[in-house]
Design a protein. Sequence first.
Length: 317
Amino acid sequence: MITSDKKLNKTLSIVVPCYNEEESVPLFYAEAVKQEPFFHEKGIEFEFIFVDDGSRDKTAEVVKALRKEDERVHLISFSRNFGKESAIYAGFERAKGEIIVLMDADLQDPPALLPEMYSYIESGRDFVGTRRVDRKGEPPIRSWFARRFYGLMRNISKTDIVDGARDYRMMTRKVCDAILSMKEYNRFSKGIFGWVGFDIKWLEYENIERAAGETKWSFRKLFLYSLEGIMAFSTVPLALALFFGVLFCLLSIGALIFGIVRTAAFGEPFWGIPFVIFAVAFIGGVQLLCTGILGMYLSKTYLEVKQRPIYIVKEEL
């Protein structure tokens, strides 16, 4: 912990969601405190808020050990794994600083960018975001699907979701309060960050590999997370269900007219059994697809009206 003769009259709250990050936490803390001299010159003190999202390793114990050395380190432990979105919300709720920054513990969000991010906040920006300009180190198939997802979201949602955008964000208190005012149970932070608006500055940097541990985001989890984003910030899938309904009504009427005219003009029989089987199977599949879309939206509504807590705290220091 660095001390300074300069009076510290502001606080920068560093919110760090953690899930099985016992190896990364000490490395992250060591890199973050290297940025303190810059902020102390600005009269800003650090506050670390580690949110243990039901880790199965010794993440909580590692944070407790850091707290013994530095009382600015705080720990929130969930009763189980509620997901990163819940951890972000809990960290924002506990943050007391005039400025808040959200970071991952794996050092893929480089702490060295903190001074530059703050310089834009100091110049009057409300929000500073980061985005990767490449995806080096990621499996090609995963990168391809990620790009397709962002392209899809740009076309079907009115919310600004930038390709390569990280959760690594620095914001003023009013932006944090705006995010906290959105209390939905099904959360998609990238969409929420875009929805609240404000004057945002984007910083670009090359992709950085994890400092330790393994990624917790499997392809399945990323796919489900992308569905969460689509359902949370777009109603286009619902419109598609209506579109397919109208389309196949028109096609069926057109096919009926065509069959009647063909039979009357040429005496040929109406289409045979294979065509009927194909038509029934195809239209039935589209009906199931549309029903599935409606079911997903209904399930989200069902979870919202239950008004369950976004997270449950087991321990807090």
